[in-house]
Design a protein around this ligand. Structure first.
Ligand SMILES: Nc1ncnc2c1ncn2[C@@H]1O[C@H](COP(=O)(O)OP(=O)(O)OP(=O)(O)O)[C@@H](O)[C@H]1O
Ligand SMILES: [Mg+2]
Length: 610
C-alpha cells in the first residue's frame, strides 16, 4: 500500500482534524482519563470477541508462514522427478491451505471491524450525551464544525486504536519473528543477515516517519480549517450575497485552498519518501536473498525449492513492516484526537443534578420568586445583581430592558440552564436547585426568539420525539393556534418532513410552531423571549392570539418588545445593567407620572429599548 495514503478504515475520506483546538479548561478541572484507561474501558465489554479475533489472527499468521513450505516441497519434488500423484497431493494441500487462509483473513477483517464499530459507537454515544449536557457557555465557544469533528472526526481517527490495534501490532511482530526464525532454520547465517536487515530498516524508517507524520498532521489541520470555512460560508450564504461579499469570500477560499495545496504537497512528498525507502531497501533485500540462495545452492547446501522459499520469505517481511510503520503513524495521529476526546469527556457539566429532588407542585400555574439573585457567566462579569421579584401563580410579568441588560439570562436561570451564583429562585416555593432538572424543564416552557426546528416530521418537531402524545392532541393545538388550514395543506399531514432550520416556513409560522410545542408541554410557567423583529400585521395578530391562549391560566414572564405584549402584563420589571431599575404593578406604574415605564410608553417602547 502506498504510505502516502494511510488506510482510512471507516467512513470519511479524510476525517476533519484540527490539532490546534483545545477545550476550555479551568485549573480546577479533573485531569482527563488516561488514553490507556479510555481504550480499555471501551474494549472491555468485547473481550470475548477480541479473544476470538486473537485466535483467528494466530491461525492466519501460522498459515501465511506455512504455505510457502508447500511450494518448496512442490518444486523440490518436481525437480527430483516425483510421480504426478504426489505432486497433485501437494497442490491440493496448498490450495486447501490457501482457501482456509483467505477465509481466516476475511474473518479477521469482519471481527476487527465489528469490535471497532461497537467500541467507537459507544464512545460516540457517550461523547454526544456528554456534549448535550454541557454548559451553554461551552457550546457558545465551539463552532458546530468543531463539535462535529470531536464527536465523529476524532472518534474515527481513534477507531484504529479502539479495536485490534495491539493485536495487529503483535501479529505483525510475530510474523516478522516467524519469518526470521524460518529463515534461520534454513541457514543460521541467513537468519542473522536478515535480522541485521530488519534492524537496519527499522533504523531508517524511524527518522523518516518522524518528519512525515507531523507533515500529515499539518495537512489535516489545513483540511479541517477548509471544511470549517466552507461550512461557515455556506451557512451564511444569504448574508454573504446580501452584503455583496462573494468576491471577498472567493479570495479567502483561494487562500485556504492554496495553503491546503502547499501542505498536502509537502506531506505527500515526505510520505512517498517512506514508500521509496521501502522499495530501495527491499530491492536490496531481494538481492541479498538471491545472492545467499545462489551461494548456498551452488555449494549444495540447499535445494532450488529452498532458494524460492528464501525469496518468498524476504517478500513476506515487507508487509508486516509497512503495517508497523502505518500503525506508528496511526498512533501519532490518534494522539491528538485522544487528547481532545479525553479532554471533552473531562469537561465537567455544570448541570449537577440533585440526588433526592423535591417535587414541583402539580398546579396549573407555578408562582415564581426571585430572592436577591446574582449571576455571572463563567469567566465573565456580573450579568445580574440583586434581582428580586415575586410573581404569584397566574400573573404575567412584563420584563423590559435594553439589549444586554440580562433578560434572556434571567430566563435561562428560570429554566435551570444555569444556577444563580447568589440568591435563590423559587418555583412554586421550591428552590430550583433542589428540584430535578427534568422536572423544572417539564414545567417551564421557554419560547425564544430563535425557533429551532429539526429536519424531522412536523409531529416530531412539535412533540420533540415524545410518541406518547396522540396525533389528535397535536392537531387540536395547531387548530387552536390558527394553523389548522396550514396542517390540512401539508402533503403528508403530521408526517410531512420539515426542512432543517425551518426552511420553507415563514418566520410567523415557525414562531407559531414554537408556541404549539409549548402548549403540548402544558407548562406551569411560560417564558416568552419575544421576537423584536417586526412581523406583518396579520401574523402579529395571530401571534397575539396564540400568546393569549398560552398564557391563559398560567404564570407568564414576557420579555417584551411590543406595546401589545406589555399591555397584557400585570406587573412590569425593568432591568438596567442587570439590576432592577423599576418593578411594580403595571397599572400603578402607568398612573405614576415619574415612572420609567410611563416614559417608555410615551416614547414608544421599541425605539427606547433598542
Ligand atoms: N453565554 C454567555 N456567556 C457569557 N456572557 C454572556 C452569555 N450570554 C450573554 N452574555 C452576556 O450577558 C449579558 C446579558 O445578556 P442577555 O442575553 O441576557 O441580554 P438581553 O437582555 O437578553 O439582551 P437582548 O435584548 O439583546 O436579547 C450581555 O452582556 C451578554 O454579553
Ligand atoms: Mg435576549
Amino acid at each position: 500500500m502506498n504510505p502516502t495514503t494511510p488506510a482510512q478504515p471507516l467512513t470519511s475520506p479524510t476525517p476533519p482534524h484540527r490539532t490546534t483546538s483545545s477545550s476550555p479548561r479551568t485549573p480546577d478541572q479533573p485531569t482527563p482519563p488516561t488514553a490507556r484507561r479510555l481504550i480499555r474501558q471501551y474494549l472491555r465489554p468485547h473481550h470475548a470477541r477480541i479473544t476470538v479475533l486473537a485466535v483467528l489472527l494466530l491461525g492466519h499468521i501460522g498459515l501465511q508462514l506455512g504455505i510457502p513450505q508447500f511450494i518448496r516441497a512442490f518444486i523440490d519434488r518436481t525437480v527430483a522427478g516425483a510421480p504426478p500423484s504426489a505432486l497433485v497431493g501437494i497442490a491440493v494441500a496448498f490450495l486447501g491451505a490457501a482457501v482456509v487462509n483467505e477465509l481466516l483473513s476475511a474473518a479477521v477483517t469482519w471481527m476487527g471491524q465489528d469490535v471497532r464499530w461497537r467500541a467507537t459507537n459507544a464512545l460516540r454515544a457517550d461523547l454526544t450525551r456528554h456534549a448535550l449536557r454541557l454548559d451553554l457557555t461551552f457550546h457558545g465557544a465551539q463552532t458546530p464544525g468543531k463539535m462535529i469533528e470531536r464527536l465523529d472526526g476524532d472518534v474515527t481517527e481513534l477507531s484504529n486504536l479502539m479495536s485490534d490495534y495491539a493485536l495487529r501490532a503483535a501479529g505483525n511482530v510475530l510474523t516478522l519473528v516467524g519469518v526470521l526464525v524460518l529463515l534461520a532454520r534454513e541457514d543460521g547465517w541467513l537468519g542473522l543477515a536478515f535480522l541485521g536487515f530488519v534492524l537496519a530498516v527499522g533504523a531508517t524508517f524511524r527518522p523518516i516517519a518522524r518528519v512525515a507524520v507531523p507533515a500529515w498532521t499539518v495537512s489535516r489541520e489545513a483540511n479541517s480549517e477548509f471544511i470549517g470555512f466552507i461550512e461557515e460560508r455556506l451557512h451564511g450564504t444569504e448574508d454573504i450575497r446580501a452584503a455583496g461579499a462573494v468576491g471577498w469570500t472567493m479570495a479567502q477560499l483561494q487562500h485556504a485552498t492554496g495553503r491546503m495545496m502547499r501542505v498536502e504537497r509537502r506531506a505527500s512528498l515526505l510520505g512517498s519518501s517512506l514508500w521509496m525507502a521501502t522499495v530501495v531497501l527491499f530491492t536490496a533485500a531481494h538481492a541479498l536473498a538471491l545472492g545467499f540462495g545462489a551461494r548456498l545452492y551452488v555449494g549444495g547446501a540447499i535445494t532450488i525449492g529452498t532458494v524460492y522459499l528464501i525469496f518468498h520469505y524476504t517478500e513476506m517481511l515487507r508487509h508486516p513492516f509497512e503495517m508497523l510503520v502505518e500503525q506508528l503513524q496511526d498512533l501519532q495521529r490518534a494522539a491528538g484526537s485522544l487528547k481532545r476526546v479525553t479532554e471533552l469527556l473531562a469537561t465537567p457539566s455544570r448541570e449537577a443534578d440533585v440526588d433526592a429532588p423535591q417535587r414541583l407542585p402539580a398546579t396549573r400555574a407555578l408562582g415564581v420568586r426571585c430572592e436577591a439573585v446574582g449571576f455571572h457567566y463563567p469567566d465573565g462579569a456580573a450579568v445580574l445583581q440583586d434581582v428580586s421579584f415575586d410573581l404569584p401563580p397566574g400573573r404575567v410579568l412584563g420584563l423590559l430592558g435594553r439589549t444586554g441588560s440580562g433578560k434572556s439570562t434571567l430566563a435561562r436561570l428560570l429554566m435551570r440552564l444555569y444556577d444563580p451564583t447568589s440568591g435563590v429562585i423559587r418555583l412554586g416555593e421550591i428552590d430550583t436547585r433542589t428540584a430535578a432538572l427534568a422536572a423544572v424543564r417539564a414545567r417551564v416552557a421557554f419560547v425564544t426568539q430563535d425557533v429551532q426546528l429539526f429536519s424531522a416530521t412536523v409531529r416530531d418537531n412539535l412533540t420533540l420525539f415524545d410518541h406518547a402524545i396522540p396525533d389528535a392532541r397535536v392537531a387540536d393545538v395547531l387548530a387552536s393556534l390558527g394553523l389548522g388550514a396550514w396542517l390540512e395543506a401539508l402533503p403528508d399531514g403530521l408526517d410531512t418532513e420539515l426542512q432543517t432550520g425551518g426552511g420553507g416556513l415563514s418566520a410567523g409560522e415557525a414562531q407559531l410552531l414554537a408556541f404549539a410545542r409549548a402548549f403540548l408541554k402544558d407548562p406551569g410557567l411560560v417564558i416568552l423571549d419575544e421576537a423584536s423583529a417586526r412581523l406583518d400585521p396579520a401574523t402579529e395578530q395571530r401571534i397575539e392570539v396564540a400568546v393569549d391562549r398560552l398564557l391563559d391560566g398560567r404564570t407568564g414572564i414576557v420579555i417584551a418588545h411590543r406595546l401589545g405584549t406589555v399591555h397584557r402584563a400585570d406587573d412590569i420589571l425593568i432591568l438596567e445593567d442587570g439590576r432592577v431599575c423599576e418593578y411594580g404593578d403595571r397599572a400603578a406604574l402607568v398612573a405614576d407620572p415619574t415612572s420609567r415605564f410611563r416614559a417608555l410608553l410615551a416614547t414608544g417602547l421599541e425605539e427606547v429599548l433598542a
